[in-house]
Design a protein around this ligand. Structure first.
Ligand SMILES: CC(=O)N[C@H](C=O)[C@@H](O)[C@H](O)[C@H](O)COP(=O)(O)O
Length: 221
């Protein structure tokens, strides 16, 4: 999988129940379109979407399950329950929130990463700070993704990618650094690659037409 994604584009195809495109059929079509455009892997949410996307595209999938818990702010593959569901899908890699926040039921991040690896699936660590990346690497994650930068109360909020953080991660991490989050244009994508990332994930700018439309509408307000 790492050979396939190196220097290439990963497209995130996600639509939660409250989003207009929520449907495994539609996400399968979206992923097929991404494949036709040259994407080499897909990031997808939920068992049904992952299975459909794998079936129709044959591309490697980074699987996540978003689920909210009352006792934690973590929602991306928060507990062993979500990991077990993802292991059934045959996805090549599981991404999980590796931020420094209390997990639901006080589960241990280290144990979760260990458990995924024991099941021979790769681990993508979704982080929001440099320190979280260091810990995820120590716990055995296979790669770092900047997914949650700007989404934890204590991380830097920016309109686009955080290039300073990317530079530090690329410089110091022994495992691949993947840029994800707020890559809004092809220029942003080129720029994260200029900063040395191993691969990059683009979501909303390609697969959330309601947000793309809004940008156009805002331009004429
Ligand atoms: C913060 C969070 O929940 N991010 C999610 C993670 O899977 C997705 O909603 C994003 O679309 C994905 O990370 C790609 O980012 P962007 O859509 O900005 O290209």
């Amino acid at each position: 999988m790492f050979d396939k994604i190196k220097g290439n584009l990963i497209v995130s195809c996600q639509a939660l129940p409250e989003e207009p495109l929520h449907s495994s059929f539609v996400m399968g079509k979206m992923a097929s379109a991404a494949k036709e455009g040259g994407a080499k892997a897909i990031r997808a949410q939920g068992v049904e979407d992952i299975i459909e996307i794998k079936k129709v595209t044959g591309l490697p999938v980074i699987g996540i399950i978003k689920r909210n818990y009352d006792d934690s702010d973590i929602y991306i593959t928060a507990t062993k329950k979500e990991v077990d569901e993802l292991l059934e899908t045959g996805c090549e890699m599981i991404a999980l929130d590796c931020t420094d926040r209390k997990r639901p039921g006080n589960e241990s991040l280290e144990e979760l990463i260990k458990y995924i690896k024991e099941n021979n699936v790769l681990v993508m660590a979704d982080i929001s700070t440099y320190e979280e990346a260091v810990i995820a690497q120590k716990f055995g994650a296979d790669c770092i993704s900047t997914t949650l930068v700007g989404y934890t109360p204590y991380s830097v909020k920016k309109e686009g990618p955080d290039f300073e953080l990317i530079d530090r991660l690329v410089n110091d991490m022994k495992i691949p650094v993947i840029a994800e989050g707020k890559i809004n244009t092809p220029e942003d994508l080129r720029e994260v690659y200029n900063h040395g990332v191993y691969s990059a994930v683009v979501g909303s700018a390609i697969t959330r037409p309601q947000l793309i439309t809004e940008k156009f509408v805002n331009a004429i307000k």
